[in-house]
Design a binder for this molecule. Structure first.
Ligand SMILES: Nc1ncnc2c1ncn2[C@@H]1O[C@H](COP(=O)(O)OP(=O)(O)O)[C@@H](O)[C@H]1O
Ligand SMILES: [Mg+2]
Length: 464
């Protein structure tokens, strides 16, 4: 409607223009050129016999000049107008193209009938890891597939056919087979009778990663909070038990030392009381160690030395049970800021657990490996130590429990479930972290991260 109105204005404008131009040219012709030209013709073809010829020449030239001039001016104006309109269209097209190309989201336009991509910007190709030629002409449904978060197939089909708009999560299929979570919003566009769909695609992998990291930190905080309160509880219980326990052991010792005739059975009972009492005392000491927050002297400690001294204790047993032991500790690994004897306790716990796990496995290939790397955590130097073994492994559902006090799967073979919780307490006091990975029947890996001694840093006492 608007367009035909503006066309009419344009036609009217040119009618008026042509009229005015004609009038102007006629006026100019009559004023300046008509008389000189007519007399020139009269002079050139004189006499009565040339009368008709003179009239023909004068009239034809007059018509020709007037219409030529009018046409030349009007056509020039018309061309300039067309040119201006064309430039405006090109500029606007360029602006939109730039907007399309430089958008921070991937944009693609596809036909609503056969879903083939007709246009895609470079971000879209980048997200999919494909070249434009691998995208244009392809069916949108080949480029990405819906996830469980998507609405049902019927609703999805409506969006693809451009009958409704909406947003949902997809997995983009990259050219190299890589998969990427993306948010896709569908919009409809009608152009020249053809229905098109516009897909705006945003890469979700970074935000997904962030979410996973956050979840892991939340889980770690929860774990350490749970362990801290368990530690306090067990320390309280251990304190309460310690005194009566010492009483029991001492009384039994007194009975044993008494100069009285006893039957062998009585002597066996008394020894039993002392032995079992000592066993409880060991557990209580472990509990107290788990909860202890003492001040310890932190020195620069070489991990390689701690590992080799611990292995010299256990190495023979590993050898006896045909277990390969590998260590991969770089010579230039920075020293740890640690209490050497407590750190050795952690390493010995790991050795002992791995030894049990490997011994319990019926297999020829038994491997225990300690490896270490320098890493950075929050801008500070850390050392990451991994204790790996391919023994009985850890079941998925136990991974979150192995650090808990009293969690053990080896109760029959004397497990107390305190080794890892004590190790956890020690590592925490050093400002480090520990977590477990593994799969049942395959492997167990304990990853410990401890602060390294920064070069030139004052060694201080930790007060955890
Ligand atoms: N290397 C390992 N391989 C498989 N499971 C392990 C390993 N280390 C620890 N575990 C699991 O963690 C539990 C707790 O370990 P820990 O605290 O040292 O107690 P304990 O050795 O007395 O059972 C173990 O009972 C075992 O189930
Ligand atoms: Mg243990």
């Amino acid at each position: 409607m608007k367009r035909s109105a503006s066309n009419l204005t344009l036609v009217l404008f040119f009618v008026v223009l042509t009229f005015v131009m004609t009038a102007g040219v006629v006026l100019a012709w009559e004023t300046f050129a008509r008389d000189p030209f007519f007399s020139y013709v009269d002079r050139t073809y004189p006499g009565e016999e040339n009368r008709r010829r003179r009239r023909d020449i004068q009239q034809r030239v007059e018509h020709f000049v007037i219409s030529m001039l009018v046409d030349a001016v009007v056509v020039t104006l018309l061309l300039r107008l067309v040119d201006r309109k064309q430039r405006a269209v090109i500029e606007s097209e360029e602006r939109y193209r730039a907007l399309f190309e430089h958008a921070s989201d991937g944009i693609c336009v596809a036909s609503a009938t056969d879903h083939r991509v007709t246009e895609a910007n470079s971000k879209f190709c980048e997200i999919l890891g494909r070249s434009p030629s691998q995208v244009i002409g392809r069916d949108v449904r080949e480029l990405m597939r819906p996830t469980d978060d998507c609405p049902p197939a019927a609703a999805l089909a409506e969006m693809l056919e451009g009958r409704s708009s909406g947003e949902c999560e997809f997995v983009a299929n990259g050219a190299s087979g890589a998969e990427l979570p993306v948010a896709v919003s569908f919009n409809t566009l009608s152009a020249n009778e053809e229905r098109l769909i516009i897909l705006i695609v945003r890469d979700l992998s970074a935000s997904k990663r962030l979410e996973a990291d956050r979840e892991q930190i939340r889980q770690q905080l929860y774990e350490s909070g749970k362990l801290a309160s368990l530690g306090e509880l067990s320390a309280g219980v251990a304190h309460e038990i310690n005194n009566p326990l010492n009483g029991i052991i001492n009384f039994a010792q007194l009975l044993k030392d008494e100069q009285t005739e006893r039957t062998p059975f009585e002597r066996q009972l008394i020894d039993g009381i002392i032995e079992e009492g000592e066993r409880i005392a060991t557990i209580v000491r472990g509990l107290l160690a788990f909860a202890r927050h003492d001040t310890h002297q932190l020195d620069e400690v070489s991990l390689a030395e701690v590992v080799s001294s611990s292995l010299s204790l256990f190495g023979r047993q590993f050898h006896k049970d045909a277990i390969r032991v590998e260590t991969d500790i770089p010579a230039d690994l920075p020293p740890l800021r640690a209490d050497a004897s407590r750190l050795r306790q952690v390493v010995v716990n790991m050795l002992s657990n791995a030894h049990h796990a490997l011994k319990a496995k019926r297999s020829e290939d038994k491997l225990f490996r300690i490896s270490a790397r320098a890493v950075e955590r929050g801008g500070r130097p850390f050392v990451r130590v991994e204790f790996y073994d391919n023994g009985v492994g850890i079941r998925q559902e136990d991974l979150g429990k192995v650090l808990d006090p009293f969690f053990t799967t080896r109760r029959d073979s004397g497990g107390t479930g305190l080794g890892l919780s004590i190790s956890f307490g020690i590592i925490r006091d050093h400002g480090g972290t520990i977590f477990a990975e593994g799969a049942a029947g395959e492997y167990a890996r304990f990853v410990v991260e401890l602060p390294a001694a920064a070069p030139g840093e004052e060694v201080e006492s930790a007060h955890a």
